[in-house]
Design a protein around this ligand. Sequence first.
Ligand code: IPE
Ligand code: IPE
Ligand code: MG
Length: 254
Amino acid sequence: MLFKDQIVPERLPRHVAVIMDGNGRWATSRGLERQAGHIEGAKTVRRITEASVEAGIRYLTLYAFSIENWNRPQDEVNALMSLLVKSLREETGLLMQHGIRLRVIGDTDSLSPDVRRELEETLRLTEANTRMDMILALSYGARWELVRAAKRMAQAVREGQLAADDITEARFGDFLCTAGIPDPDLLIRTSGELRISNFLLWQIAYSELYFTPVLWPDFTKEMFFEAIVNYQQRQRRFGKTASQVAGEGEGTAR
Ligand code: IPE
Ligand code: IPE
Ligand code: MG
Protein backbone atom coordinates (compact mmCIF):
# COMPACT_ATOMS: atom_id res chain seq x y z
CA MET A 1 0.00 0.00 0.00
CA LEU A 2 1.25 3.46 -0.83
CA PHE A 3 2.44 5.60 2.07
CA LYS A 4 0.12 8.30 0.79
CA ASP A 5 -2.87 6.06 1.51
CA GLN A 6 -1.61 5.23 5.00
CA ILE A 7 -1.72 8.84 6.19
CA VAL A 8 -4.33 9.37 8.92
CA PRO A 9 -5.93 12.76 8.15
CA GLU A 10 -6.88 13.36 11.79
CA ARG A 11 -3.27 13.13 12.95
CA LEU A 12 -1.46 15.18 10.36
CA PRO A 13 1.52 17.23 11.45
CA ARG A 14 0.27 20.79 11.22
CA HIS A 15 3.74 22.13 10.52
CA VAL A 16 6.51 20.28 8.68
CA ALA A 17 9.99 21.81 8.48
CA VAL A 18 12.65 20.52 6.08
CA ILE A 19 16.43 20.85 5.95
CA MET A 20 16.91 20.33 2.22
CA ASP A 21 20.42 18.91 2.06
CA GLY A 22 22.54 16.98 -0.43
CA ASN A 23 22.32 18.96 -3.68
CA GLY A 24 26.09 19.28 -3.97
CA ARG A 25 26.77 15.59 -3.42
CA TRP A 26 24.02 14.64 -5.85
CA ALA A 27 25.78 16.68 -8.54
CA THR A 28 29.41 15.78 -7.83
CA SER A 29 28.60 12.05 -7.71
CA ARG A 30 27.43 12.47 -11.32
CA GLY A 31 30.48 14.47 -12.37
CA LEU A 32 28.39 17.66 -12.55
CA GLU A 33 28.90 21.13 -11.11
CA ARG A 34 27.31 21.69 -7.68
CA GLN A 35 24.98 24.22 -9.29
CA ALA A 36 23.35 21.41 -11.28
CA GLY A 37 22.39 19.87 -7.96
CA HIS A 38 20.73 23.09 -6.84
CA ILE A 39 18.73 23.24 -10.09
CA GLU A 40 17.58 19.66 -9.53
CA GLY A 41 16.87 20.50 -5.88
CA ALA A 42 14.53 23.30 -6.98
CA LYS A 43 12.44 20.66 -8.77
CA THR A 44 12.16 18.77 -5.48
CA VAL A 45 10.91 21.96 -3.81
CA ARG A 46 8.07 22.06 -6.31
CA ARG A 47 7.35 18.33 -5.79
CA ILE A 48 7.32 18.52 -1.99
CA THR A 49 5.21 21.68 -2.04
CA GLU A 50 2.62 19.81 -4.11
CA ALA A 51 2.89 16.78 -1.82
CA SER A 52 2.27 19.00 1.21
CA VAL A 53 -0.84 20.45 -0.37
CA GLU A 54 -2.04 16.95 -1.30
CA ALA A 55 -1.51 15.73 2.26
CA GLY A 56 -3.19 18.79 3.78
CA ILE A 57 -0.17 20.23 5.62
CA ARG A 58 -0.93 23.74 6.90
CA TYR A 59 2.64 25.07 7.33
CA LEU A 60 5.70 23.99 5.36
CA THR A 61 9.05 25.54 6.29
CA LEU A 62 11.99 25.04 3.93
CA TYR A 63 15.59 25.79 4.90
CA ALA A 64 16.82 27.23 1.61
CA PHE A 65 19.91 29.23 2.62
CA SER A 66 21.56 29.48 6.01
CA ILE A 67 23.41 32.48 7.36
CA GLU A 68 26.52 30.26 7.29
CA ASN A 69 25.97 29.52 3.59
CA TRP A 70 27.22 33.07 2.83
CA ASN A 71 30.67 31.56 3.46
CA ARG A 72 30.44 29.36 0.37
CA PRO A 73 32.39 30.30 -2.78
CA GLN A 74 30.99 33.51 -4.30
CA ASP A 75 30.07 31.69 -7.54
CA GLU A 76 27.86 29.23 -5.69
CA VAL A 77 26.20 31.97 -3.61
CA ASN A 78 25.46 33.92 -6.81
CA ALA A 79 24.07 30.83 -8.52
CA LEU A 80 21.82 30.09 -5.54
CA MET A 81 20.52 33.65 -5.46
CA SER A 82 19.79 33.68 -9.23
CA LEU A 83 18.04 30.35 -8.90
CA LEU A 84 15.94 31.79 -6.10
CA VAL A 85 14.86 34.76 -8.21
CA LYS A 86 14.13 32.49 -11.18
CA SER A 87 12.12 30.05 -9.02
CA LEU A 88 10.12 32.85 -7.44
CA ARG A 89 9.22 34.16 -10.90
CA GLU A 90 8.34 30.76 -12.28
CA GLU A 91 6.51 29.33 -9.28
CA THR A 92 4.27 32.22 -8.27
CA GLY A 93 1.61 30.71 -10.53
CA LEU A 94 1.85 27.41 -8.65
CA LEU A 95 1.52 29.22 -5.31
CA MET A 96 -1.58 31.06 -6.52
CA GLN A 97 -3.08 27.92 -8.05
CA HIS A 98 -2.83 26.03 -4.76
CA GLY A 99 -3.67 28.93 -2.45
CA ILE A 100 -0.22 29.04 -0.89
CA ARG A 101 1.02 32.08 0.99
CA LEU A 102 4.76 32.66 0.84
CA ARG A 103 6.50 33.91 3.98
CA VAL A 104 10.17 34.44 4.74
CA ILE A 105 12.24 34.09 7.90
CA GLY A 106 15.84 35.20 8.20
CA ASP A 107 18.13 38.17 7.76
CA THR A 108 16.52 39.42 4.55
CA ASP A 109 18.35 42.76 4.86
CA SER A 110 21.50 40.97 3.77
CA LEU A 111 19.92 39.81 0.49
CA SER A 112 20.68 41.81 -2.64
CA PRO A 113 18.10 44.41 -3.76
CA ASP A 114 16.96 42.37 -6.78
CA VAL A 115 16.37 39.27 -4.65
CA ARG A 116 14.50 41.38 -2.09
CA ARG A 117 12.38 42.99 -4.79
CA GLU A 118 11.39 39.62 -6.27
CA LEU A 119 10.64 38.26 -2.80
CA GLU A 120 8.52 41.23 -1.78
CA GLU A 121 6.54 40.95 -5.00
CA THR A 122 5.71 37.27 -4.35
CA LEU A 123 5.01 37.90 -0.65
CA ARG A 124 2.55 40.61 -1.64
CA LEU A 125 0.88 38.61 -4.42
CA THR A 126 0.30 35.56 -2.22
CA GLU A 127 -0.56 37.42 1.00
CA ALA A 128 -4.27 36.59 0.95
CA ASN A 129 -3.81 32.85 0.28
CA THR A 130 -4.95 30.67 3.18
CA ARG A 131 -4.62 26.99 2.24
CA MET A 132 -0.98 26.57 3.16
CA ASP A 133 1.85 28.81 4.33
CA MET A 134 5.21 28.11 2.74
CA ILE A 135 7.89 29.62 4.94
CA LEU A 136 11.27 30.05 3.28
CA ALA A 137 14.23 30.27 5.63
CA LEU A 138 16.62 32.56 3.77
CA SER A 139 19.86 33.85 5.22
CA TYR A 140 18.46 32.25 8.34
CA GLY A 141 20.33 31.23 11.48
CA ALA A 142 18.68 30.31 14.77
CA ARG A 143 21.36 31.99 16.89
CA TRP A 144 21.05 35.16 14.80
CA GLU A 145 17.27 35.01 15.35
CA LEU A 146 17.62 34.51 19.13
CA VAL A 147 20.12 37.34 19.52
CA ARG A 148 17.84 39.58 17.46
CA ALA A 149 14.92 38.64 19.73
CA ALA A 150 16.97 39.48 22.85
CA LYS A 151 17.88 42.88 21.38
CA ARG A 152 14.30 43.63 20.40
CA MET A 153 13.06 42.65 23.86
CA ALA A 154 15.67 44.82 25.55
CA GLN A 155 14.54 47.69 23.35
CA ALA A 156 10.88 47.10 24.23
CA VAL A 157 11.75 47.07 27.94
CA ARG A 158 13.76 50.28 27.56
CA GLU A 159 10.84 51.96 25.82
CA GLY A 160 8.44 50.86 28.54
CA GLN A 161 6.41 48.58 26.21
CA LEU A 162 7.43 45.39 27.99
CA ALA A 163 8.07 44.59 31.64
CA ALA A 164 10.89 42.12 32.28
CA ASP A 165 8.56 40.11 34.53
CA ASP A 166 6.11 39.69 31.64
CA ILE A 167 8.60 37.78 29.51
CA THR A 168 7.07 34.32 29.23
CA GLU A 169 7.79 31.57 26.71
CA ALA A 170 4.81 32.71 24.63
CA ARG A 171 5.87 36.35 24.75
CA PHE A 172 9.42 35.36 23.84
CA GLY A 173 8.07 33.59 20.76
CA ASP A 174 6.48 36.86 19.63
CA PHE A 175 9.94 38.34 19.15
CA LEU A 176 11.11 35.55 16.83
CA CYS A 177 10.79 35.56 13.03
CA THR A 178 8.20 32.80 13.39
CA ALA A 179 5.80 34.85 15.55
CA GLY A 180 2.26 33.55 15.06
CA ILE A 181 3.42 30.33 13.37
CA PRO A 182 2.99 27.12 15.41
CA ASP A 183 6.16 25.14 16.16
CA PRO A 184 7.10 22.38 13.69
CA ASP A 185 5.60 19.01 14.59
CA LEU A 186 7.95 17.19 12.25
CA LEU A 187 11.46 18.11 11.12
CA ILE A 188 12.90 16.23 8.15
CA ARG A 189 16.55 16.34 7.07
CA THR A 190 17.74 14.68 3.89
CA SER A 191 21.26 13.55 2.86
CA GLY A 192 22.15 11.54 5.96
CA GLU A 193 23.64 14.35 8.03
CA LEU A 194 22.56 14.00 11.66
CA ARG A 195 22.64 17.64 12.71
CA ILE A 196 20.47 20.72 12.97
CA SER A 197 22.83 23.26 11.36
CA ASN A 198 21.50 26.28 13.28
CA PHE A 199 17.89 25.78 12.17
CA LEU A 200 14.92 26.80 14.38
CA LEU A 201 16.62 25.92 17.69
CA TRP A 202 13.85 27.40 19.84
CA GLN A 203 10.94 26.13 17.74
CA ILE A 204 12.04 22.47 17.45
CA ALA A 205 12.26 21.94 21.22
CA TYR A 206 9.59 19.20 20.95
CA SER A 207 9.52 18.45 17.23
CA GLU A 208 9.75 14.87 16.03
CA LEU A 209 12.97 14.43 14.03
CA TYR A 210 13.22 12.37 10.86
CA PHE A 211 16.51 11.76 9.07
CA THR A 212 16.83 10.08 5.69
CA PRO A 213 20.02 9.27 3.74
CA VAL A 214 18.31 10.23 0.46
CA LEU A 215 19.82 13.32 -1.18
CA TRP A 216 17.38 16.22 -1.64
CA PRO A 217 17.22 16.02 -5.49
CA ASP A 218 16.22 12.33 -5.16
CA PHE A 219 13.58 12.94 -2.47
CA THR A 220 10.15 11.92 -3.79
CA LYS A 221 6.56 12.58 -2.77
CA GLU A 222 6.23 9.01 -1.50
CA MET A 223 9.34 9.48 0.68
CA PHE A 224 7.74 12.62 2.12
CA PHE A 225 4.52 10.70 2.80
CA GLU A 226 6.60 7.94 4.41
CA ALA A 227 8.03 10.52 6.82
CA ILE A 228 4.49 11.61 7.73
CA VAL A 229 3.38 8.01 8.31
CA ASN A 230 6.47 7.43 10.46
CA TYR A 231 5.60 10.56 12.46
CA GLN A 232 2.06 9.29 12.97
CA GLN A 233 3.36 6.07 14.48
CA ARG A 234 5.15 7.93 17.27
CA GLN A 235 3.79 8.88 20.65
CA ARG A 236 4.45 12.48 21.57
CA ARG A 237 4.68 12.56 25.34
CA PHE A 238 5.78 16.12 26.18
CA GLY A 239 7.26 14.88 29.44
CA LYS A 240 4.31 12.77 30.51
CA THR A 241 4.27 8.96 30.81
CA ALA A 242 3.14 6.72 27.97
CA SER A 243 0.01 5.64 29.81
CA GLN A 244 -0.94 9.20 30.71
CA VAL A 245 -0.79 10.14 27.05
CA ALA A 246 -2.66 6.99 25.96
CA GLY A 247 -5.39 7.95 28.44
CA GLU A 248 -5.78 11.26 26.63
CA GLY A 249 -6.68 9.28 23.51
CA GLU A 250 -5.09 9.07 20.07
CA GLY A 251 -1.63 9.19 21.65
CA THR A 252 -1.15 12.85 20.87
CA ALA A 253 -0.72 15.13 23.82
CA ARG A 254 -2.02 18.72 23.60
C1 IPE B 1 21.67 21.93 0.29
O1 IPE B 1 22.57 21.18 -0.43
C2 IPE B 1 21.39 23.27 -0.33
C3 IPE B 1 21.97 24.40 0.38
C4 IPE B 1 22.63 24.34 1.50
C5 IPE B 1 21.81 25.70 -0.22
P1 IPE B 1 24.14 21.35 -0.24
O2 IPE B 1 24.61 22.36 -1.22
O3 IPE B 1 24.48 21.62 1.16
O4 IPE B 1 24.63 19.91 -0.67
P2 IPE B 1 25.83 19.09 -0.04
O5 IPE B 1 25.60 18.99 1.43
O6 IPE B 1 27.09 19.82 -0.37
O7 IPE B 1 25.74 17.75 -0.71
C1 IPE C 1 22.00 23.47 5.97
O1 IPE C 1 22.73 22.75 5.03
C2 IPE C 1 21.39 24.66 5.33
C3 IPE C 1 20.43 24.40 4.28
C4 IPE C 1 19.91 23.24 3.98
C5 IPE C 1 20.00 25.54 3.56
P1 IPE C 1 24.32 22.82 4.97
O2 IPE C 1 24.73 21.83 3.97
O3 IPE C 1 24.77 24.21 4.77
O4 IPE C 1 24.71 22.36 6.44
P2 IPE C 1 26.12 21.98 7.07
O5 IPE C 1 26.97 23.19 7.00
O6 IPE C 1 26.67 20.86 6.28
O7 IPE C 1 25.80 21.59 8.48
MG1 MG D 1 24.93 20.39 2.73
